[in-house]
Ligand binder design. Structure first.
Ligand SMILES: *Cc1c(COP(=O)(O)O)cnc(C)c1O
Length: 228
């Protein structure tokens, strides 16, 4: 078996005091590995690629809660809208509008997280602070046009660095923007509560800085090989 059950139980132990949840990131990994972690009790799995997610969902148990954590193109929302539980990386009004449309077609409400750009790298996706507030202003003015989506919180990725001070600063920034957004737009909505931050390399810091959801792949499933 390729999965690391020792790491799985260790992570669950670390999450428990914070009441944070684990998204097991299974992208590029075979169905058998997902099944093995499912057998161990895991129910929330995260995927980055639409076709791979659709293929896995079709053959795996139906009580799995699938989270889409990658960059999502609007024209592909329709393939995952029938079943996806949460979309983590929403970074435009266009995408949010399309998720709403496809959710309605399926008589569903899909939980979405807005992706905030906190990393120093230019290449990572996500909204800057101004874009975030612009999007939320529109959402607030036209809420009936977004009844198929529920904005459940924020998501971010820290800079890929070993500098803990830098990473901590970025997670801290996310948390403070979360508090501002919560007060300004969601003070009466208890579903706006998620901070999806932390991966294999930095989830311990993320938890200390208020993460409610960590997305962990390689620590559970081993390193990914993209050229198989
Ligand atoms: C792949 C991925 C992860 C998991 O990364 P690991 O370093 O393998 O834990 C988490 N979040 C996102 C958005 C990813 O694309």
């Amino acid at each position: 078996m390729a999965i690391n059950l020792t790491a799985y139980h260790q992570i669950l132990g670390e999450l428990a005091p914070y009441k944070a949840r684990l998204v097991a990131v299974s992208k590029t990994k075979p169905v058998e590995d997902v099944e093995a972690l499912y057998e161990a009790g895991q129910r929330i799995f995260g995927e980055n690629y639409v076709q791979e997610l659709v293929d896995k969902e079709a053959v795996l148990p139906h009580d799995i809660e699938w989270h889409f954590i990658g960059h999502l193109q609007s024209n592909k929302v329709k393939y995952i809208a029938p079943f996806v539980k949460m979309i983590h990386a929403v970074d435009s009004l266009k995408l949010l509008t399309e998720i709403h449309k496809q959710a309605q077609k399926n008589n569903r409400v899909i939980d979405c997280l807005l992706q905030l750009h906190i990393a120093a790298e230019e290449t990572k996706f996500g909204l800057d602070e101004t874009e975030l507030y612009d999007l939320l202003d529109t959402w607030q003015q036209e809420q009936t046009q977004f009844s198929g989506v529920r904005i459940a919180g924020l998501m971010a990725m820290a800079t890929n660095t070993t500098d803990e001070t830098q990473i901590r600063k970025e997670f801290h920034q996310l948390h403070s923007i979360f508090d501002t957004v919560k007060n300004k737009y969601f003070s009466a909505q208890d579903y706006f509560k998620e901070r999806s931050v932390g991966m294999s390399a930095d989830y311990t810091l993320a938890l200390q800085e208020g993460s409610t959801m960590v997305r962990i792949g390689s620590m559970l499933f081993g390193e990914r090989n993209y050229n198989k």
